[in-house]
Design a binder for this molecule. Structure first.
Ligand code: IPE
Ligand code: IPE
Ligand code: MG
Length: 247
């Protein structure tokens, strides 16, 4: 069994799911699962880079997650702030650029403050980027983009008739990011839950039963190996993609 030439997907996006179930299975409060989940965020950030990934996007908090019990939301925000404060030095030392997608202006002030500092202090590191999707939802992103686009048309900065995907996509939170090549969801759920709906139009999906706190570098490597066995056709035929071999 020979593995195909390993070529890491440039941009991997992960729907980190299963923290609650991980804790419940052990008779622990859900927040313990989130605490362990943060550890997996740390290890995965560096595992992805080791495997050749250039950009890692992690779905950390969805717009819909505000519907959870107040206590859990509060604990998640506390963990997020603590995580960012602890990681700042590591990001600077290991040259990890941090950025975010989502309505971060609605996050608690303390979280916003540490986000601003971290993003500012790491903005020069272009080799590897960690993107946190925070208070993110695709539908909200589209509404925000449509509003900004409409304002640009109204002010004459954009012409309505020139409207194309290339133009419109500049108004998404991800305007200066490449699209995800591979989207992974842990915990056995096989849904997208309002994550990068437009950007993942041609992404490959890997669903794994592993709960997020148990997700390891070898699980990530397995997902990447799966990705490398796929043929991405982007609407073309298989034969069109192999002209070199046919010659
Ligand atoms: C993912 O784990 C973390 C967040 C959504 C913030 P969950 O908390 O959704 O875990 P399950 O799905 O309840 O097991
Ligand atoms: C998706 O997980 C959101 C994040 C991973 C942040 P959820 O656990 O919130 O998704 P649903 O509600 O099961 O679809
Ligand atoms: Mg979940």
């Amino acid at each position: 069994m020979s593995a195909p030439a390993a070529q890491a997907p440039a941009h991997v996006a992960i729907i980190m799911d299963g923290n609650g179930r991980w804790a419940t299975q052990r008779g622990l409060p859900r927040i313990e699962g989130h605490r362990r989940g943060v550890e997996t965020v740390r290890t995965t950030t560096f595992a992805a880079r080791d495997l050749g990934v250039r950009m890692l996007t992690l779905y950390a908090f969805s717009i819909e997650n505000w519907k959870r019990p107040e206590e859990e939301v509060g604990a998640l925000m506390g963990l997020l702030e603590l995580y960012l404060k602890k990681e700042l030095d590591t990001f600077v030392r290991d040259r990890v650029r941090l950025r975010t997608i989502g309505r971060t202006e609605e996050l608690p002030a303390g979280v916003q403050r540490v986000l601003r500092t971290t993003i500012e202090e790491t903005k020069g590191f272009t080799d590897y980027t960690l993107v946190l999707a925070l208070n993110y939802g695709s539908r909200t992103e589209v509404v925000d983009a449509a509003r900004a686009y409409a304002a640009a048309v109204a002010s004459g900065r954009e012409k309505l008739n020139d409207g194309s995907w290339a133009t419109f996509s500049r108004y998404l939170y991800t305007s200066d990011m490449p699209e995800p090549d591979l989207v992974i969801r842990t915990s056995g759920e096989t849904r997208i839950s309002n994550f990068l709906l437009l950007q993942a139009a041609y992404a490959e999906f890997v669903f794994t039963p592993v709960l997020w706190p148990d997700f390891t570098k070898s699980d990530l490597a397995a997902a990447i190996a799966d990705f490398n066995r796929r043929e991405r056709r982007f609407g073309r035929t298989s034969a069109q993609l192999k002209p070199a071999a046919a010659k």
